[in-house]
Design a protein around this ligand. Structure first.
Ligand code: GCV
Length: 844
């Protein structure tokens, strides 16, 4: 901003200056807190115009104006006046380019801006300098307003403001996997904000809040129900209900979509077929689509999951996925509707005894031969990896294999395989690797971000879809820090060239305030957290070694093997990993273009972090790092668990800098994670020790000097049970209290006198709230409830958790007794106690 501009601004805007007030912070406001800036910062913006002049009256423009006023009120404590004309007073002008050109003749907007792009600038008219937020469409104005407010919230300079931004791709979507009964498939933050008891909620306040939150970072579409779709959502009464959701989305420029089941013409439509080639089926879809558009003229279209995990699909009639997609795409076309057809098509009854079978090949095998056969309003929605959102996977080769078909990459914000929002796992660094990855699909450079945006092969549409699964929990995703993934997904969908560091810092400052120590600490925790999670759950590309037949949460190494699901890692006594090479394996590596295929074909050039995804090797195979595979498995698990523990300390260092509510909510989750990382570490290390027979060179695995197994204690009422799988409890056993009376386990302490920390490893299931009491010489030193409702109904790796008791003073022969009071189906089960000298505990 030049001097003249400053001087003109300076007479116009004077805000009341005051200190930030203490606020209750639930996380509901996400990154849109608009917390008041401090006085000095407010002074920097005191020259802003003090009125807003809106050039149109659409719902989106009206929201833009309201948002601007709300943001300025919150951040700067100033109230913008609504101007009814451009008088001599400076204003913030909001409008589209055509609207602007009528009031500001001679204005030349940047020529490279099209849909949703915006321009922030200023202009002098009749002696007044106006700030302009303009775009080619209403949505762009809204995004411009949010970007402008973000600049103020981040205290960025508005001097010489002349900035334009264009989103990288037209598709910036969220999918929710909500069921009509109010549950959410793979949702970890409460019940659905959309549905309850088979119908739409009457109060859609949270829905509107969600749309606003998403719009603030450029999201422009959302499918609101599970891709395992309930056909009832297409029934006549539901269509009218959906119109209410569309109305809640509309002011925020978020277009509504739903997932549909391909069998609908038969299941709810009264036909005896859903064959894509049957004209009656085509007619049924046409009428249904016309009916939807009559109720919701700006309806966006459908998402389809077919021939996958027991969903009906065109294979029933020997038709192709293109036949099915086009069946629905054609009647959508006149309404400008689109269809996202998911490439997640695979057979989950594969014969695991056939070493050529490989689920990873499925998406490419089904869709590559159909390239060019899809209507141009079909978008193939492709999960970023060939399996299913594991802790690490290579990029799906299909992303580089469609040259004449639109595509979108599907990323998973909800942390199904990455800790379910109980573990901190900031996924932006993973997604950056995916989006930056060069598939060499078109000569030298074809990074995934360009392929999906349609830039590489000049496609009309494409982009980014994130599966979010927010719920009714006030903070949306359960773990306050998990919101960084939702924010980061949207920021990358807008601009995939942003760095993970920039996103982490931006989000931290917007969410927790701009204290540099806070921003630095939280960002550094976020940025290391994926690698931490990966290192204690699934190193070297072995995928998340979780219970794939159940919750997808705790360890479950063997659950991947010996079944048709195809998430195999092929670990046996000699070695581990899937041979996916062309020469000797399943041939999957050959689905990539030559330079990528060559890299993965060879053991020598496959990066360590994907070695076991592409190759089967002996445990003694030496990695590029110089370590053997088995020692890497041990080391990475110990390192990962250790790093998880440091997050607790890092967070605690912020105690006096954060609001109590969010500080405590995060602390509890990080403490839990530190304990559960040890469950993971021990399960995987013990399992590989037993399977490989090769000891840990550092003698940690299987040696726990401070640990006392519950089954070796003196038990009263408790029975010893085997835990399945064995590696999910220390020593393979636990004690459970099967009587209605309290049970107890005790021991006589034999160490030197002093202060200790006692960690009790117990099992907290979702189907009861047992109580535990810890006594030393009959004196109660601690008590707690097992009421975290972990995703488990039995003892095992999902329910195993830790309670830490600090400052316990012990002398030789003291009796330590733990009493468990069971509740309903939860039997106050205990795995072990760990009694650690306070000095040692403090050092670690
Ligand atoms: C919605 C995985 C998940 C399923 C999910 C499926 C999909 O298999 O575990 O819950 O179903 O992916 O993406 O369709």
């Amino acid at each position: 901003m030049n001097r003249a501009v400053i001087s003109i601004f300076s007479v116009l805007f004077s805000f009341a200056l005051f200190q930030p007030a203490g606020r209750a912070e639930t996380g509901a406001e996400a990154w849109l807190r608009y917390a008041p800036l401090d006085q000095q910062a407010i002074r920097r913006y005191q020259n802003l115009p003090n009125s807003v002049f809106l050039l149109g009256d659409s719902a989106i423009l009206v929201s833009s104006q309201r948002e601007l006023m709300r943001g300025i009120h919150g951040l700067l404590k100033g109230d913008l006046r609504v101007a009814s004309s451009l008088s001599g007073n400076a204003a913030i002008i909001l409008g589209t380019f055509p609207q602007l050109q009528k009031v500001v003749p001679g204005l030349h907007p940047p020529t490279d801006l099209h849909e949703d792009g915006f321009w922030l600038t200023h202009r002098q008219i009749d002696g007044a300098t106006h700030l302009i937020i303009a775009a080619s469409n209403d949505g762009g104005v809204l995004y411009g307003v949010f970007a402008f407010l973000r600049k103020i919230a981040l205290q960025q300079s508005l001097q010489d403001l002349n900035e334009s931004q264009q989103p990288y791709a037209p598709i910036r979507w969220i999918d929710q996997w909500d069921n009509l009964d109010g549950t959410i498939e793979r949702g970890y933050a409460g019940r659905s904000i959309f549905f309850e008891n088979g119908t739409l909620r009457s109060d859609l306040t949270r829905v509107a809040d969600y749309a606003r939150t998403l719009a603030s970072v450029g999201i422009n579409g959302m499918a609101i129900n599970n891709v395992n779709a309930n056909p009832r959502l297409l029934q006549d009464d539901s269509v009218f209900q959906l119109a209410r959701v569309a109305a809640a989305f509309r002011p925020w420029g978020v277009r509504l979509s739903i997932a549909v089941d391909l069998g609908s013409p038969k299941t709810i439509g009264g036909l005896n077929t859903f064959d894509p080639a049957d004209p009656r089926v085509a007619e049924w879809w046409r009428k249904k689509i016309d009916q939807i558009y009559a109720a919701i003229p700006d309806f966006a279209g459908f998402v389809v999951k077919a021939d996958s995990e027991d969903r009906l699909g065109p294979s029933t009639y020997g038709r192709t996925q293109a036949d099915a997609a086009n069946l629905i795409a054609r009647p959508l076309k006149p309404h400008h509707g689109i269809i996202f057809y998911r490439a997640f098509v695979y057979n989950h009854h594969l014969d695991w005894r056939n070493s050529k079978n490989d689920r990873a090949k499925a998406a490419y095998d089904y869709f590559h031969p159909l390239d060019g056969e899809f209507e141009d309003n079909v978008i193939i929605q492709i999960k970023h990896g060939p399996i299913d959102f594991q802790a690490r996977e290579p990029v799906s080769p299909l992303l580089g294999a469609l040259q004449n078909t639109n595509e979108a990459v599907e990323l998973q914000i909800t942390q199904e395989y990455t800790g379910q929002q109980r573990h901190l796992c900031f996924l932006i660094p993973m997604w950056k690797e995916v989006l930056d990855f060069d598939l060499h699909a078109s000569g030298a450079s074809s990074p995934v971000m360009d392929l999906v945006a349609g830039k590489t092969f000049h496609r009309p549409t494409g982009g980014f879809v994130g599966v979010a699964n927010v719920g009714l929990d006030e903070n949306w995703l359960g773990h306050p820090l998990a919101m960084a993934n939702l924010y980061g997904f949207a920021r990358l969908a807008w601009n995939p060239q942003l760095s993970a560091v920039q996103i982490a810092e931006e989000w931290s400052a917007l969410t927790f305030g701009d204290d540099p120590v806070v921003v630095e600490t939280i960002s550094s925790m976020l940025l290391s957290s994926w690698s931490t999670y990966e290192s204690y759950t699934g190193p070297l590309g072995a995928q998340t070694l979780t219970d794939i037949l159940g919750s997808h949460y705790g360890p479950g190494i063997e659950s991947s093997e010996g079944n048709g699901w195809g998430q195999w890692h092929n670990a046996d006594h000699q070695g581990v990993g899937m041979d996916r090479s062309r020469a000797t394996g399943t041939g999957y590596a050959g689905q990539y273009s030559a330079p990528v295929a060559q890299m993965y074909e060879s053991l020598a050039t496959t990066p360590d972090n994907l070695l076991l995804f592409f190759h089967h090797v002996a445990y003694t195979y030496v990695l590029q790092s110089g370590k053997t595979v088995i020692q890497h498995i041990y080391d990475s698990h110990y390192d990962g668990a250790q790093r998880a523990a440091t997050y607790v300390q890092q967070w605690q260092s912020l105690k006096n800098k954060l609001d109590e509510q969010r500080y405590s909510a995060v602390l509890v989750r990080l403490q839990y994670q530190a304990g559960h990382a040890i469950v993971w570490r021990d399960a995987i290390c013990n399992w590989f020790l037993q399977t490989s027979g090769i000891p840990d060179t550092q003698a940690r695995v299987g040696h726990h000097p401070n640990r006392i197994e519950a089954e070796t204690m003196q038990l009263s009422g408790y029975s010893v049970v085997d835990v399945t799988p064995w590696e999910n409890a220390s020593g393979g056993k636990a004690t459970t209290c099967n009587s209605p009376e309290p049970c107890s386990a005790s021991l006589n302490f034999i160490g030197p006198a002093g202060e200790y920390q006692i960690d009790t490893q117990f099992f907290d299931q979702g189907n009861g709230e047992s109580k535990f009491l810890l006594y030393v010489n009959n004196r109660l030193v601690d008590q707690w409830l097992a009421n975290d409702h972990l995703p488990a109904t039995k003892i095992g790796g999902d329910s195993s958790t830790r309670h830490r008791t600090l400052h316990v003073v012990l002398a030789p022969h003291d009796q330590i007794r733990i009493e468990g009071i069971p509740d309903r189906d939860e039997h106050a089960a205990i795995d072990y106690l760990e009694i650690i000298p306070a000095a040692t505990a403090a050092r670690n």
